[in-house]
Ligand binder design. Sequence first.
Ligand code: 5CA
Length: 469
Amino acid sequence: MVENFSEWFHDILEEANITDSRYPIKGMAVWMPYGFQIRKYTTNLIKEVYDRDHEEVLFPLLVPEAELAKEGLHVKGFEDEVYWVTHGGKTQLNEKLALRPTSETSIYPMYSLWIRSHIDLPLKYYQIVNTFRYETKHTRPLIRVREITTFKEAHTAHASKEEADIQVQEHIENYKEIFDTLGIPYTLTKRPEWDKFPGADYTMAFDAIMPDGKTLQIGTIHNLGQTFAKTFDITFEDKDGEHKLVYQTCAGLSDRVIASAIGIHGDEKGLRLPPEISPKQITIIPILFKKGKEEVLAKCEELKKEFEAAGLRVNIDERDIRPGKKFYDWELKGTPIKLELGPRDLENNKTIAMRRDQLEKIELDLDENLVSNVIRLIDELNENLAESAKEFHTDHIKFASDIDEVRKLIEEGNVVAVNWCGDTDCGEKIEEITGYSVLGIYEELEEAGKKCILSDEDAKYVALIAKTY
Ligand code: 5CA
């Protein structure tokens, strides 16, 4: 699978009924029922984390050209990627309208109206919407799409620089919680100057290492400083009566969260979904013969109710097909736990459980401990998925001390750590020579005396270099 990750990923999306990419617009796909459920539980998780101290809102999709054009750096970063609406029916519009590529220029003019005084701060809103980017790099379902269907963007405004810096840390903690819940290991780097978000002071980014060794940026957090506040005139009256500009942050996640959960945990048999986002956490497979059919089905229903009462999502696969085919299907679809129940099991007061990550049969008694036993299996699976993913991740970050070694290690499927001076020219040269991307600063070097991998300067940082999606 590792050699053909791209093919595996493409196939599993169709086979498991997640998305259908045959929609006749490049970079846009249909969310199919099973995929839609996975997406729903993923957005539920994101909402659960963000609802704690943000409020959810919903802005219009269209942005007037004049607003989009206001922030020079920002518009320059996006001008090649914007889709435009030019007509309403047959009438040409007075002003072109952009399909939001992201929503700073849609949200901040309203922040300028809403924020008046220090008591209005901090303001912390988020929305989960679709955004449109006319991507020119090779598109891939969920990974690089032209309609990002699941774009979580949080936008905050603060009275001081310190509060904005703290908010950046809070976004980081939120993202860690989301990725940890899904067992997705990540690197966190400060993006280099030339790769930060257009208009930001600095960008912090989470990257996952996919099975083919390429990294996928799965979340970004931007400290916007006062750039947008100046452009959109977002000011407040402070306690001392002075009018001041706000400090802002924004933080984005996308369909890539789902892509990484699918890609990182999957195996040659199909999906291995983290229980949090698995449409069903338990699939009960009745083994039916003419004799004893009613009893078996009645017991399956009874078990389903018990599991549901404990807050678990359960289905019974009653289709009139061979049990072997059902096993195959639910392995493909990645349900964490399968429970098999036939007439003989019922007689013996047993059921056979199987964890998707192990595929060994585990005999469980049909007694009052069944629910807690199954919950234990789900927890063990969850931990095991996270641990094996973490092991892969750690094994694939290697240190290199010269440029040739960087190339070799990346070609072997690794992400490479190097000592770096931090200079932009030097960083861009590293990218030029190797053909790979400098993800950013991974750590600051505490001791002096180390040399940069390329320039003769002292190294200040450990930077990561990778082949990226
Ligand atoms: N306004 C900010 C965040 S609120 C913003 O747009 N940041 S971003 O450009 O970095 O995008 C946020 C996240 O969306 C990225 O970290 C990346 O994970 C994801 N993303 C960006 N472009 C695409 C795309 N074409 N397809 C899927 N996901 C994408």
